[in-house]
Write a protein that binds this ligand. Sequence first.
Ligand SMILES: Cc1cc2nc3c(=O)[nH]c(=O)nc-3n(C[C@H](O)[C@H](O)[C@H](O)COP(=O)(O)OP(=O)(O)OC[C@H]3O[C@@H](n4cnc5c(N)ncnc54)[C@H](O)[C@@H]3O)c2cc1C
Length: 408
Amino acid sequence: MSAADASFDVVVVGRGAVGAAAALGVAQSGLRVGWVGPAARSSVLDPDGGTPGEAWDSRVFALSPGTRELLRALRIWDAMPAARIAPVYDMRVYGGAEADAPELHLDAYSGRVDALAWIVENRTLVRTLDAALGFAGVASIDDAVTAMRVDEGPHGRAVLDLASGRSLAAKLVVAADGADSTLRTLAGIEPRVRDYGQRGVVANFDTSLPHGDTAFQWLGEQLGILALLPLPAASPERGRTSMVWSAPDALADELLALTPDALAERVAEATHRTLGVMTTITPAQSFALRLIRVPRLIAPRMVLVGDAAHAMHPLAGQGMNVGFGDVAVLLDVLRGREPYRELGDPLLWRRYERARREAVSLMQDATDGIKRAFGPLPAPLVGLRDLGWRAVARSDWIRRRMIAQAAR
Ligand SMILES: Cc1cc2nc3c(=O)[nH]c(=O)nc-3n(C[C@H](O)[C@H](O)[C@H](O)COP(=O)(O)OP(=O)(O)OC[C@H]3O[C@@H](n4cnc5c(N)ncnc54)[C@H](O)[C@@H]3O)c2cc1C
């Protein structure tokens, strides 16, 4: 095997937020880390180039208490500007698109958590992680992986070929290269993919009414799933909100073709003017929505994390949180490894796979189940679903369980 141009303990592939957190955590464990991926805007989530501290990024995430714990341990959470983070204390989810649809109310107080989630812009998260990676001495490589081979000789390693013609060697490769993962394909892992026939349309709005630190969501059949997430507002009397509208493809096309004023009016109308008059402050963007399941989370000298390992419907705002959950377990396995085990030891990574498989499929099943329940259904099932929704909305026990699950 030819010599590689550079050699690391661990190479993390993918410069999205999950790959960044993995690279930082591994480097903080004292290992030599290479972090490779195109620095350009190839991710669905890369910053959109707005001026720091001014424009609001249309891509925001609802980060869970579990994610906050990981980001605190990585010393990232407190480094993010507090003025760009909005806590969610209440969540109002409507089982229908109508103004009088039955409401499920979740609140941080009765769930005994600090907040149900925190809304953070992608740009804020990625920039803070980027800066920390520089301090941690991670080698950042602006390139793309095109091929991988594993050499299990006396000095077992994986070798990655890059688009530039260079190559990198590592004891372990962490594949964080997103839903269309090249690394997953190179490892021969065949994903099962289901297109939801919906696109996630995102945009931000100023609103004439305050949001009261509340996230709102309407689950409708024709409408799709429409969520308004709180953003830090300019004043206590007004509000600012980030929309995620999982709209059937034809409706998504319609929304994307609207002028900013027409879009604001359309969203205000669909949300029963809950936040009053709306004004579009960032242009709409859209993302394809797919369910992606993989038969294996590991391959020789490779571990899959983030969307490379699982993609899910964004209705519960959990995809990134589950990806950060992968990183937390990966770091636990690394730090708990016996001194005689080398980094590529398959026994080590089976621990990771065992620990993640159930948590990942639980979240995928839950989001897929809700998506299907509020998709087109025969009439008798619609009645049954509505009855079930009302029962869920009335049960304190179920609501507490839902908060505990979402808090992970
Ligand atoms: C509309 C919408 C709303 C969402 N809202 C939420 C939310 O509120 N909360 C939440 O938790 N999740 C949410 N999600 C899910 C979340 O966006 C994803 O789960 C998360 O961004 C995945 O991050 P990642 O780092 O795994 O992948 P990505 O961000 O896709 O990053 C992958 C990286 O790999 C790089 N790459 C690709 N191929 C190669 C290669 N060959 N070599 C090197 N690098 C490569 C890419 O350039 C990219 O930088 C939402 C998703 C959508 C679509």
